[in-house]
Write a protein that binds this ligand. Structure first.
Ligand code: PEP
Ligand code: MN
Length: 334
């Protein structure tokens, strides 16, 4: 049960309050200044609400995920970066290469992204690769390049962190931390980004149900961070004609069940360059709050995910079509 408090409780009042709650077979699971999350026998508690003058509105949440539940924040969460951000009413595109490969490459792509009015640049520097022989990213050197492009082009930067040991250093440079599909249930990493408070793009695990996924987001929120952006990036199914199966059902379900912004990643969702635009449009039509798209100045030479990276020309085509589609949801590109 979520409880809105009429007043801030001092630590002593909270202790007394918890003691009283336990008499009604309820426990405090989580608290912020103005809200509490309780578990227990709500019937008993509700019958005795008069004994708790500090209680305001109460609402029972039956799903396992509580803090990321739509009922916790019915109006939807806004993740702001100055005068723009991710929200129910806006639409944002994050674009950039799968991986930062060189100064020349990331500068060319950043310049293009900026020229198209896009505000968020992606670029992996610590890459989770299936093969240890594949390009693993430029690591610290790549992070320095991200710092340089951020400064030069005034773009918001997003990059993946694979383990908590790198979180401090990466957070000093970037605006959004990406937690990749393979790490969706890396609970110590979720705890670390939760405590850090920095905006997080949490990608759906490739074999995670929507409930598993929202429970991972719940870990981040539980540790103090509500600045979470969800991202459908495709799941593993028996289908082999595309890299993953982009589960757009999940977008509509997550929008209903959670207050967090939801993006679609048609690049990893399809793994096929020619399929990225149609699935980006489908994701935009079904109510996503934005897209994350891999682009490259020379996709055929890319060191990772070239086969699913759009050329600049294709990205222009995507932009003009997406602008038309998002009107149906009363959204416009920020
Ligand atoms: C990526 O964004 O490049 C990436 C590795 O994504 P995912 O974790 O969804 O595979
Ligand atoms: Mn990639």
């Amino acid at each position: 049960m979520i409880v809105e408090l009429n007043k801030n409780l001092s630590p002593a009042e909270t202790n007394e309050f918890c003691r009283k709650l336990s008499e009604y077979k309820c426990n405090l699971l989580w608290k912020s200044d103005k809200r509490l999350l309780l578990e227990g026998d709500f019937d008993l508690l509700t019958r005795n609400l008069k004994n708790f003058p500090e209680f305001g509105r109460t609402e029972v949440i039956s799903e396992k995920y509580k803090l990321v539940n739509r009922k916790f924040n019915p109006g939807g969460t806004e993740i702001k970066f100055g005068d723009f951000g991710f929200s129910e009413d806006s639409f944002n595109i994050i674009a950039g290469p799968c991986a930062v490969e060189s100064r020349e490459q990331i500068f060319k792509i950043a310049e293009f992204v900026k020229s198209r009015g896009i505000k968020f640049l992606r670029g992996g520097v610590f890459k989770p690769r299936t093969s240890p022989y594949a390009f693993q990213g430029l690591k610290e050197e790549g992070l320095k390049l991200l710092a340089e492009v951020k400064e030069k082009f005034d773009l918001k930067i997003i990059t993946e962190v694979m383990d908590a040991s790198r979180l401090e250093a990466v957070s000093e440079v970037v605006d959004i931390i990406q937690i990749g599909s393979r790490n969706m249930q890396n609970f110590s990493l979720l705890e670390a980004v939760g405590k850090k408070g920095i905006p997080v793009l949490l990608k759906r695990g490739m074999a995670a149900t929507v409930e598993d996924y929202l429970m991972s987001a719940e870990h981040i929120a539980y540790h103090g961070n509500q600045n979470i952006i969800l991202c459908e990036r495709g799941i593993k199914t028996f289908e082999t004609s595309s890299r993953n199966t982009l589960d757009l059902n999940s977008v509509t379900i997550m929008k209903e069940k959670s207050h967090l912004p939801v993006l679609v990643d048609p690049s990893h969702g399809t793994g096929i360059r020619d399929k990225v635009i149609p699935m980006a449009l489908a994701g935009s039509a079904c109510g996503a709050d934005g897209l994350i798209i891999e682009i490259h100045n020379e996709p055929e030479k890319a060191l990772s995910d070239g086969q699913q990276s759009l050329t600049f020309e294709m990205f222009d085509a995507l932009l003009s079509k997406v602008k038309q589609v998002i009107c149906v949801n009363n959204k416009s590109l920020s």
